[in-house]
Design a protein around this ligand. Structure first.
Ligand code: DGL
Length: 283
């Protein structure tokens, strides 16, 4: 069985790359719902419905674990899927296969949040995320659970994902929106010394973010890839019942709900390796 990695589009590739670096032996399926991206401006109900469709699809393709490599889906859909849908899905699998437990879904917010207290010196933390992630307050609530001294400010960046999905993240035009959201966050709290890229697409803007931050050498930027990868490795150690089901041929297949050729081209650039994607339909 395989590990599924799901995102609304290209962003989850930043997580997949880190996971495969740490756990190259397993077989993976990447699914990008590019046809319906961005998720970050949709309502809870829509994000939950789309995410559940993707998760069910990946289980049907033989995944035992699905990583929601998307903060928006993790913020809006993960808990409901874990609490309301997984028990029924696992019950059904148990009836048909006589195995238990068989499938699970993991998110990206918890592993990210756990890294923050050891990184910030001032205790002032900035979250950059999609409008849906910001309005869910997931980062604020999760950080409050592990530390009551942090001051957390959030900035929604509604145009960053569309720029990346359109392949415009390296263009001059992108500078305007990178500057706009970073400036607005630092105006909220000039003492921020730790910036969390709370959207898996955002590492693709790191060259521009780094350029903007060159006058703020005290600010550390947290990208999620290695945090999620280490957390998955730890999870598999603690849960041999999943690890034992995983096949080990080191493969990865790529699925998209949009045009396969376009996805293959962009994903090959992002991952710096040839990608041959296949188009699928979610419903
Ligand atoms: N990569 C997704 C995330 O981490 C982007 C969501 C979107 O499609 O807006 O939030």
């Amino acid at each position: 069985m395989k590990i599924g990695v799901f995102d609304s589009g290209y962003g989850g590739l930043t997580i997949l790359r880190s996971i495969r670096k740490v756990l190259p032996q397993y077989d993976y399926i990447y699914l990008g719902d590019n046809a319906r991206a961005p998720y970050g401006t949709h309502s809870f109900e829509v994000i939950y419905r789309y995410t559940l469709q993707a998760v069910r699809f990946l289980f049907d393709q033989g995944c035992t674990l699905v990583i929601l490599a998307c903060n928006t889906a993790s913020a809006k859909a993960l808990r409901t899927i874990q609490q309301c849908d997984l028990p029924a899905i696992n019950h059904q699998l148990q009836i048909s296969n006589n195995q238990s437990p068989r499938v699970n879904v993991l998110g990206v917010i918890r592993p990210t949040v756990e890294a923050v207290p050891s990184i910030t010196q001032t205790g002032h933390v900035g979250i950059l995320a999609t409008p849906a992630t910001v309005s869910s307050e997931s980062y604020v609530l999760e950080l409050a659970k592990i530390s009551d001294t942090l001051k957390v400010s959030q900035q929604a960046c509604p145009l960053w994902v569309p720029l990346i999905e359109a392949g415009e993240h390296e263009s001059q035009g992108a500078d305007f929106f990178v500057n706009k959201y970073l400036q607005s966050l630092l105006e909220q709290d000039p003492e921020i010394d730790t910036l969390v890229l709370g959207c898996t697409h955002y590492p693709l803007l790191l060259p521009k973010i780094g350029q903007w931050l060159k006058d703020h050498s005290d600010i550390r930027v947290i990208a999620q890839g290695s945090l999620v990868a280490d957390s998955l490795a730890d999870y598999l150690k603690r849960h041999p019942e999943y690890q034992q089901q995983l096949t080990r041929n080191g493969t990865c297949s790529y699925l998209t709900t949009e045009n396969a050729e376009r996805f293959s081209e962009s994903a090959s650039l992002f991952l710096d390796t040839p990608v041959q994607a296949q188009q699928i339909c979610l419903n």
